[in-house]
Design a protein around this ligand. Structure first.
Ligand code: B12
Length: 223
């Protein structure tokens, strides 16, 4: 257990904490022992005047989560209850903060007509967050975010060729707690497996590959 959840920089104007609280339930749940790639990926798209903290509830103590203007959550369908649990704990501690949620669960529940399950969040993000999250945080800075709809959907898939390096600096202090790490090399899939969501996501029934140079940069040494 990491004793406390410290922000990376103390002198910033705004603070965001990414909260990862996966439900540990199914046979493939060794997956929950991987680093939360969504958080380290989106952290690199947060505007400069924001401090970033990542609270991974598997290894960090959520009761010590730092005060933040925005708490960002994510998850897959099976995390419905564990997301609510983490949300409620943090909301009780920081009731004035803004709570947002993205990830596969938002798209899937919207398709099922069950997005109301998540309406306790201030804002729900659907699809890729690389453009919508910084847009939202910039609007937060001048309070214009209040004019945004509760459901914010990316207009198109993020061109993955424009991806940034993930925040390895934030991952480093925790890396020994993880079973492994997922490395993202592409999005989308040209195969049409009936059980998989990926093929039916808009613009996703084709491969969208990262340049090799970016993949190699991302896999560079962490210590
Ligand atoms: C790698 C992977 C695995 C690995 C590792 C998982 C891990 N924990 O790291 C393994 C093989 C272990 C695995 C297992 C399982 N997986 Co899996 N997995 C994936 C995969 C291929 C990539 C996930 C990833 O890291 N992507 C890269 C990151 C950067 O993308 P992302 O998380 O989606 O985040 C982006 C957006 O969603 C958005 N976003 C996300 N969060 C937030 C938050 C905010 C605030 C904002 C603004 C935006 C935002 O912005 C991000 C950047 O664009 C996806 C399919 C896919 N290509 O997405 C399936 C996927 C996530 N898995 C899925 C499933 C069902 C499972 C299992 C339940 C399968 C099973 N029956 O056991 C288990 C669950 C394990 C677990 N609890 O984690 C489903 C989830 C569907 C759903 N809607 O719930 C997916 C979508 C595939 C599918 N079949 O459709 N998985």
């Amino acid at each position: 257990m990491v004793a406390s959840v410290e922000p990376d920089v103390n002198q910033k104007s705004f603070a965001i904490t990414f909260v990862h609280n996966p439900d540990i339930r199914y046979d493939q749940n060794y997956g929950t022992y991987f680093a939360p790639l969504w958080a380290y990926t989106l952290a690199s798209h947060v505007p400069d005047d924001w401090s970033v903290t990542i609270c991974d509830c598997k290894i960090d103590n959520i009761h010590e989560v730092v005060r933040s203007d925005v708490f960002a959550f994510s998850g897959i369908n099976q995390d419905l209850d564990s997301i609510r649990k983490a949300h409620d704990l943090v909301k009780e501690k920081y009731p004035d903060s803004t709570f947002i949620l993205g990830g596969p669960i938002t798209w899937s529940l919207r398709e099922e007509g069950k997005l109301s399950y998540l309406q306790y969040f201030d804002y729900l993000f659907i699809m890729d967050g690389e453009e919508t999250l910084p847009m939202f945080l910039s609007a937060f800075e001048d309070a214009s975010y209040r004019d945004l709809p509760q459901i914010i959907e990316a207009e198109a898939r993020f061109p993955i060729q424009q991806a940034k390096n993930i925040r390895i600096d934030l991952l480093k202090p925790k890396i020994e707690h993880y079973y492994g790490a997922v490395l993202e090399v592409s999005r989308g899939c040209p195969i049409l497996c009936e059980f998989c969501d990926i093929r039916v996501l808009p613009g996703n029934n084709q491969s969208n590959n990262k340049p090799v140079s970016l993949i190699i940069r991302r896999t560079g040494p962490v210590s």
